[in-house]
Design a protein around this ligand. Structure first.
Ligand SMILES: *[C@@H]1O[C@H](CO)[C@@H](O)[C@H](O)[C@H]1NC(C)=O
Ligand SMILES: *[C@@H]1O[C@H](CO)[C@@H](O)[C@H](O)[C@H]1NC(C)=O
Ligand SMILES: *[C@@H]1O[C@H](CO)[C@@H](O)[C@H](O)[C@H]1NC(C)=O
Ligand SMILES: *[C@@H]1O[C@H](CO)[C@@H](O)[C@H](O)[C@H]1NC(C)=O
Ligand SMILES: *[C@@H]1O[C@H](CO)[C@@H](O)[C@H](O)[C@H]1NC(C)=O
Ligand SMILES: *[C@@H]1O[C@H](CO)[C@@H](O)[C@H](O)[C@H]1NC(C)=O
Length: 444
């Protein structure tokens, strides 16, 4: 509903009149128009509450504090109720302050300050007493818990007023999905609050720290914390780690059996092909490690590591294949340069192709040493060039002989001499490569 402007104006002017009337009254009667001033007080159970009542102007009129049960506590500076906890702080014409120490929950309520004018003016102060939550307790934990079992942890704290807040943390990470329960305590003033954490035990949670944290305004920003370290038992898990990815004869190898489990499986059992380790002198078990020295091909087989703890057992296998002593680990720089040198000298015999062959061999020396395909191509090329040169020589010789018939035989013999030479050169080239490979073998 909205007020029309005229209605609002009327309302404001009415207020103004009332304020004016009050002011006039004050001026005329002094303290008579005044109300004493008080403030609500909040105190933690066991603490001290100060109740203050003030009057700005006072013509020697008495002040009084009374409790929620309407009993007078102080009348000016005179104590009225026998209670050692209640003391006078200050009494003057302007103020009556008292303190209540060791405040209990039953002290909570409305206190009244009265100014004994005619009629009596009063002001109320509400004393709120906070109930401090007790140290929380975690229940429902059975140690140890088997992996996969359901776990219900309950954290409980009594005596909080208002009801405290409970939060769960696992390794400092908050768990949100929890059940919260609030019950009134027998005193009907405070509360017992509890929170239940429900989860399935997992091996990853073994050793995790679960905390239940209680926050409350009475705790002065220092939460109450209960802690529980989880112990979760689980069957072993095993893994074999080999020290070598390519075991060779004569070398040694270490197989490490990494086993986890709670309780820790110890020791582990090593077997070969379902039986005992055949050669205890070369096959030494040290803790989780199996060391086999001077590997031999007869060591081929399946090695099994078995780990057992009270919960169960688990095993894993490693298939060992002992390889021949390898010849692949050559210093690669030695052989190619050797081959290049051989090829260069061989090619030098076939005068016309020497330069190109050298160019190829220097550009890619490994092509000659390692690959057979380019080898044949090169040799084929050399043969073709040699044959071409030989043919040219024969033609030239033929023409020469046509002119100088007398010298035919010697010259032909000379030309024929060239051809076998070239072939030999090629054979040599192949031969020297074989040599190179032999040398390669030798260098190993
Ligand atoms: C109450 O008053 C006394 C005396 O003035 C003072 O020492 C004390 O700190 C006060 N307590 C509180 C809670 O204000
Ligand atoms: C209040 O009482 C005191 C003595 O008790 C007196 O000196 C003072 O004048 C009185 N004040 C008023 C306003 O009556
Ligand atoms: C004092 O406390 C009472 C009761 O809780 C409440 O109704 C009132 O508004 C409070 N007054 C002030 C000034 O906070
Ligand atoms: C055995 O260990 C493996 C991993 O190492 C695991 O995945 C498996 O669940 C384990 N078996 C049992 C019965 O615990
Ligand atoms: C491997 O073992 C066999 C039989 O035990 C033996 O005759 C042979 O000499 C061994 N070889 C090496 C390289 O130790
Ligand atoms: C061991 O394994 C290697 C590689 O597979 C094989 O050459 C060799 O014959 C095997 N030796 C035995 C005794 O099984």
């Amino acid at each position: 509903m909205r007020l029309r402007p005229s209605a609002l104006l009327r309302f404001y002017s009415l207020c103004g009149l009332l304020i004016q009337a009050a002011a006039t009254k004050n001026k005329v009667k002094g303290s008579q128009g005044q109300f004493p001033l008080t403030q609500n007080v909040t105190v933690v159970e066991g603490g001290t509450a100060n109740l203050t009542c003030r009057v700005d102007q006072n013509d020697n009129t008495s002040l009084q504090w009374s409790n929620p049960a309407q009993q007078t506590l102080y009348f000016d500076d005179k104590k009225a109720l026998r209670d050692n906890r209640i003391e006078l702080v200050r009494a003057s014409w302007h103020e009556l302050s008292i303190s209540i120490s060791d405040v209990s929950l039953s002290d909570e309520g409305q206190y009244t300050c009265s100014l004994f004018t005619m009629p009596v003016k009063t002001s109320k102060a509400f004393l709120t007493v906070l109930g401090v939550p007790e140290k929380p307790q975690i229940s429902g934990f059975t140690s140890p818990v088997m992996e996969g079992e359901r776990m219900q942890l309950t954290c409980k704290t009594s005596g909080s007023k208002p009801a405290a807040d409970i939060r769960w943390f696992k390794n400092d990470k908050e768990i949100k999905d929890v059940k919260y329960l609030k019950e009134e305590d027998a005193n009907r003033r405070t509360f017992t609050v509890s929170s239940t954490l429900d989860f399935r035990a997992d091996r990853g949670d073994d050793g995790a720290v679960v905390r239940c944290r209680v926050d409350h305004e009475s705790l002065n920003a220092t939460p109450q914390i209960a802690m529980q370290v989880l112990e979760i038992h689980y069957t072993p898990s095993v893994k074999i780690i080999s020290s070598s990815s390519w075991p060779e004869e004569g070398q040694s190898i270490v197989l490490t059996c990494e086993s986890k489990g709670k309780p820790l499986p110890e020791p582990v059992l090593w077997t070969k092909d379902g039986g005992e380790l055949p050669d205890p002198e070369r096959m030494v078990v040290n803790g989780r490690d199996l060391r086999i020295s001077f590997l031999n091909k007869t060591d081929n087989g399946t090695y099994r590591c078995e780990a057992t703890n009270p919960i169960g057992q688990n095993s894993t296998e490693y298939v060992l294949i002992v390889h021949d002593v390898s010849n692949t680990l050559l210093p690669t720089t030695v052989i190619p340069s050797l081959t290049t040198a051989t090829v260069t000298t061989t090619v030098a015999l076939t005068t016309s192709t020497a330069t190109s062959a050298t160019a190829i061999s220097t550009r890619d020396p490994n092509a000659l040493a390692g690959q057979t395909g380019p080898d044949h191509a090169l040799i084929g090329g050399i043969v073709a060039v040699v044959v071409f040169v030989t043919l040219c020589s024969i033609i030239l010789l033929g023409r020469y002989l046509a002119r100088h018939k007398g010298t035919y035989l010697t010259n032909e013999a000379k030309g024929a001499e060239d051809a076998p030479d070239a072939d030999t050169a090629i054979i040599n080239a192949e031969g020297s490569q074989v040599n190179a490979e032999e040398k390669k073998e030798y260098f190993i």
